[in-house]
Write a new protein. Structure first.
Length: 94
């Protein structure tokens, strides 16, 4: 994800967090790796706001992608900071 911004990082975090939930009953080690990578991707998105300029599908905001990442991380972990972040991202979209 070199050169990526919050749009790519957020949606990637969401996908990886969802993978962690899906794989948890079958392969706890792989699920834990997915969850850690989801956390890392989300942190990258927070550190690199904005959208990717060469994105094939132009996007004018990363809030929807970061919302996805925060929601799925909250669903996977139950950690309140991800819920608070999701609410904040959702406010930006309203």
């Amino acid at each position: 994800m070199l050169g990526g911004r919050a749009d790519l990082a957020g949606i990637t975090a969401g996908a990886l967090a969802l993978m962690a939930k899906v794989y948890a009953p079958y392969d706890a080690g792989y699920a834990a790796q997915c969850l850690q990578h989801a956390r890392d991707a989300y942190e990258l998105g927070e550190a690199r706001p904005g959208t990717t300029e060469d994105n094939y599908y132009p996007d004018d905001t990363s809030a929807d992608d970061m919302l996805c990442g925060a929601v799925e991380l909250y669903r996977a972990t139950g950690e309140a900071p991800y819920l608070a972040a999701a609410e904040a991202w959702n406010t930006q979209l309203a």
